[in-house]
Ligand binder design. Structure first.
Ligand code: FAD
Length: 218
């Protein structure tokens, strides 16, 4: 679909739009910057942290060890952060997220209260038009969806995303729940029942690499 000229004039032009400021989206932003992309996160909530921003019920905590539930892309970050509990509580995970945002100076490329309503790919110009429910419009070469809906276990899985376009354009679907189905379709593993930080981050790394190759080729 072509974007009307009037709309383009009002839209923010970027290399990469990332949907969601959870663990996956934040890492994607950091990685994209390292690769020289002009990127921005659009986040529906008023703060970052995703799962850990929204889930604040008493007793909420991770069920794998805090050490493993940590970013592992930066040795200094790993050394400087000391978890106080073996299985971190939600408030501590959120504090960790805020520390990471500060540490890597991510905040000025995160837009809060920005719920993405649509992301439309223009085949002709190979660009995305991403719009928010507030009516803002963004024009970007890449769009990475790290909004990560976790599948309720009782629900049947969604169909796998179309792999050809998915992998070729590096734009794409990075729902935790979907990652497993890509892996399944390529025969590499069985789908785990829910999304995890490990899966989300692995997919982000893959997408960043694919974006770099696509960009180098254009
Ligand atoms: C209570 C609980 C405990 C968990 N414990 C563990 C654990 O111990 N170990 C583990 O590996 N995993 C655990 N998980 C899974 C957890 O979801 C992942 O570990 C990880 O936090 C997912 O990160 P993410 O960035 O992929 O997605 P999320 O954290 O879900 O972030 C997605 C973000 O996208 C935003 N968003 C959604 N739609 C839009 C939109 N239309 N426009 C803009 N923004 C949007 C959301 O507001 C959210 O901030 C747990 C989940 C829950 C709920």
């Amino acid at each position: 679909m072509s974007v009307p000229a009037s709309e383009m004039a009002n839209s923010h032009k970027l290399d990469l739009i990332i949907v969601g400021a959870g663990f996956a989206g934040l890492y994607m932003l950091h990685r994209a910057r390292q690769l020289g992309f002009n990127a921005r996160i659009l986040e529906a909530g008023q703060g970052a942290g995703g799962t850990w921003y929204w889930n604040r019920y008493p007793g909420a905590r991770c069920d794998i060890e805090s050490m493993q539930y940590s970013y592992q892309f930066d040795k200094a970050l790993e050394q400087e952060w000391i978890w106080t509990e073996r299985y971190a509580s939600q408030p501590e995970i959120l504090t960790y997220v805020e520390h990471v945002i500060k540490r890597f100076n991510l905040s000025h490329d995160i837009q809060y209260n920005a719920r993405v309503a649509s992301a439309v790919f223009d085949d002709q110009h190979s660009r995305w038009t991403v719009t928010t429910t507030q009516g803002e419009s963004y024009d970007a070469q890449f769009c990475v969806n790290s909004s990560a809906p976790v599948l309720p276990l009782a629900q049947p899985p969604p169909p796998p995303p179309p792999l050809a376009s998915h992998c070729a354009v590096a734009m794409s679907v990075a729902h935790c729940s979907m990652v497993a189905y890509c892996a399944l379709a390529t025969g590499s593993c069985r789908p785990p029942p829910w999304g995890s930080a490990v899966l989300g981050l692995a997919r982000m790394r893959e997408l960043a690499g694919a974006a770099r190759s696509t960009r180098a080729a254009t």
